[in-house]
Design a protein around this ligand. Structure first.
Ligand code: NAD
Length: 478
C-alpha cells in the first residue's frame, strides 16, 4: 500500500486536514499515513527550521507529502518551512490551477480557467543577500539552464497531458537580458518541440495586467519564481478566493501538496474554515499517485457541492448560497455527493492525469569560456565619478584598463550626467587591452594595487565570453 506523509500543521490545519482525509478516504483513495509534526510547536521548541531530522527521514522515505498550512512565528530568525522543503527536496515545479466557479463563487471573471506553473527553486529565492556598503544591499538573482529547461518542459508536458491549448511565458527580459533572457530563450527552444501547442511570450508587466483584466485569454502560464509567487496569488484571488486553491510542488523524486492559504489562526478550532484549498491539493496528490478515478470522483463531487450552494462562511453569499455549513458539514456534503457530477459547472475527466514522467536534465558540452575583463565593485563615499576614475587609473595593470564606471547600473564615467544620483557603491569595469590575453593573476594584481592605495573593493565579477559571445550586460547608457 502507498504510504504518504501527512502534517496537520497549525491554526485551521488540523480541521481542514481531517475533512480532506475523510473525503478522499470515503472516495476509496488507497494509502496509509505516517503523520509528522512540523511548524509552530517545533519552531518554538527551538528548532529554527520547524522540522526535525526524523520527520525529514519520513518525508524522504514516503516521497509524497500532504501538508496543511503552518504558522511561522514572527521574528526570531525562523526559516520558512515551505521554502526549505521545496529546495531540499528539489521540488522545482509549483502548479496552481485557478478556475472560476461562476456563478456560485463571486468573481469578475466567469470564464477564467488557467494554470500557473511557477519555477520553485531559484531566481531571487536563492536568498543570497549581502550588505556591501553603508548604503547598498544586494540580492543575487540566479537562473540556471537546468532550472529553466525543467520548468518549461514541465509546463508543455502538463499542457499536453491535460488537453490544454496554449503555454504562455512571462519574463522581464527587456531589462534582465541574461537571467530572464535565458528563461525566455529556453522557452522558445522547448516550445519548438511542441508544435501541437500554441506558445507566446509576454513581458511580465503588461502580461500581468492582461491576466488581471482578461484571465480567460490565458491557459497554461510558466514563469520564474518571484513573478509566479505574486501572480499565482493574484490569479487565485480573482478566480474567487485564495481559500479555494491548492498547489502541487513537484520534484524528480518527491512531491508536496498543500492549500495555498495560510493557517488562519483567528479561525482555528472553530470548525468554520473552508477545506477546499487543501482538498484541491489532495486531488492533485491522488492524480500524482495514479489514483485518477478517485481524484476525478472527488473533484466532481466537490464541484457538485459548490454548485448545490453548500458553502462555508468565506464564500457564503445571500441569494446564491443555499446553506452555510461548518468544515465538517462541508466534508459530509462532498462525501454524500461522491459519484455525482456537477450539472452547471464543467465536470472533470482525469483519465490521463498520472504523474508526468520527464527526462532527466542532460548537462550540455561545455562552451569555450574566455576571460575578457572584470567588474570591480568599490565602496567609495565621493560624489564625482571623474575623481574615482583618476584614483582607479593608478591601479591598472599591463593587461587591464578601466573602461567604464556605473552607479546602480547607470554609466557615470566616461561622459556621465551630473544629474545622475550616485550612492556609495560603484561598479568599475576593467577590460583587457587590445590583443591582451587575460588570466586570473591579472585580476589578483589589480586588487593588490587597489589594496595598496586603500581603495575599498567589495567584490569582483569576472567578465566572460562564451563561444565568442559576450556574456555580461552593458552599463545602462553605455
Ligand atoms: P492566511 O491565508 O492564513 O489568512 C488570510 C485570510 O484568509 C484570513 O482572513 C483568514 O481567515 C482567511 N482564510 C485563509 N484560509 C481560509 C480557509 N481555508 N477558510 C476560510 N478562511 C480562510 O494568511 P495570513 O493571515 O497572512 O497568515 C497566517 C499564518 O499562516 C502566518 O503564520 C503565515 O506565515 C502562515 N502561512 C502559511 C502558509 C503555508 O503553510 N503554506 C502559507 C501562507 C501563510
Amino acid at each position: 500500500m502507498t504510504r504518504i506523509t501527512v502534517a496537520k500543521g497549525d491554526g485551521i490545519g488540523p480541521e481542514i486536514m481531517d475533512a480532506t482525509l475523510a473525503i478522499i478516504r470515503a472516495a476509496g483513495a488507497q494509502f496509509e499515513i505516517d503523520e509528522i509534526e512540523v511548524g509552530e510547536k517545533v519552531y518554538l521548541a527551538g528548532n529554527t527550521a520547524g522540522i526535525s531530522k526524523e520527520s525529514w527521514d519520513v518525508i524522504r522515505r514516503n516521497k509524497v507529502f500532504l501538508k496543511a498550512p503552518i504558522t511561522t512565528p514572527q521574528g526570531g530568525g525562523y526559516k520558512s518551512l515551505n521554502v526549505t522543503t521545496r529546495k531540499f527536496l528539489g521540488l522545482y515545479a509549483n502548479v496552481r490551477p485557478c478556475m472560476s466557479l461562476h456563478p456560485y463563487v463571486k468573481t469578475k471573471h466567469p470564464e477564467m480557467d488557467l494554470i500557473i506553473i511557477r519555477e520553485n527553486e531559484e531566481d531571487l529565492y536563492a536568498g543570497i543577500e549581502h550588505q556591501q556598503t553603508d548604503e547598498v544591499v544586494q540580492c543575487l538573482k540566479l537562473i540556471s539552464r537546468p532550472g529553466c529547461e525543467k520548468i518549461v518542459r514541465y509546463a508543455f508536458e502538463y499542457a499536453r497531458q491535460y488537453g490544454r491549448k496554449k503555454v504562455t511565458c512571462f519574463t522581464k527580459d527587456n531589462i534582465m537580458k541574461q537571467t530572464d533572457g535565458l528563461f525566455h530563450q529556453v522557452f522558445d527552444e522547448i516550445a519548438a518541440e511542441y508544435p501541437d501547442l500554441e506558445n507566446e511570450h509576454w513581458i511580465i508587466d503588461i502580461g500581468a495586467a492582461k491576466m488581471a483584466d482578461t484571465p480567460e485569454a490565458f491557459d497554461v502560464l510558466v514563469m520564474p519564481n518571484l513573478y509566479g509567487d505574486v501572480l499565482s496569488d493574484v490569479a487565485a484571488q480573482i478566480a474567487g478566493s485564495v481559500g479555494l486553491a491548492g498547489s502541487a510542488n513537484i520534484g524528480e523524486e518527491c512531491a508536496m501538496f498543500e492549500a495555498i492559504h495560510g493557517s488562519a489562526p483567528r479561525r482555528a478550532g472553530q470548525n468554520m474554515a473552508n477545506p477546499s484549498g487543501l482538498l484541491q491539493g489532495a486531488i492533485m496528490m491522488l492524480n500524482h499517485l495514479g489514483q485518477t478515478a478517485c481524484a476525478e470522483k472527488v473533484q466532481n463531487a466537490w464541484l457538485k457541492t459548490i454548485e448545490d450552494g453548500i458553502h462555508t462562511y468565506d464564500i457564503y453569499k445571500e441569494g446564491v448560497s443555499k446553506q452555510k455549513v461548518s468544515t465538517s458539514e462541508f466534508a459530509e456534503a462532498v462525501i454524500a455527493n461522491l459519484g455525482e457530477k456537477p450539472t452547471q459547472l464543467k465536470s472533470v475527466s482525469y483519465a490521463n492525469s498520472s504523474a508526468l514522467q520527464l527526462p532527466r536534465y542532460q548537462r550540455k558540452a561545455p562552451k569555450n569560456k574566455e576571460l575578457v575583463g572584470v567588474d570591480v565593485f568599490v565602496h567609495w563615499s565621493g560624489t564625482d565619478p571623474d575623481l574615482l576614475a583618476q584614483e582607479l587609473a593608478a591601479i591598472r595593470t599591463p593587461a587591464l584598463e578601466l573602461s567604464m564606471i556605473t552607479n546602480r547600473g547607470i554609466k557615470v564615467w566616461p561622459d556621465g550626467f551630473s544629474e545622475t544620483f550616485c550612492t556609495d557603491h560603484w561598479r568599475c569595469r576593467f577590460k583587457a587591452g587590445s590583443g591582451k590575453q587575460l588570466s586570473k593573476s591579472d585580476i589578483v594584481m589589480l586588487l593588490a594595487n587597489a589594496e595598496s592605495l586603500d581603495i575599498d573593493t567589495i567584490k569582483t565579477e569576472n567578465l566572460y565570453e562564451f563561444d565568442g559571445k559576450q556574456a555580461f550586460s552593458m552599463g545602462q547608457g553605455q
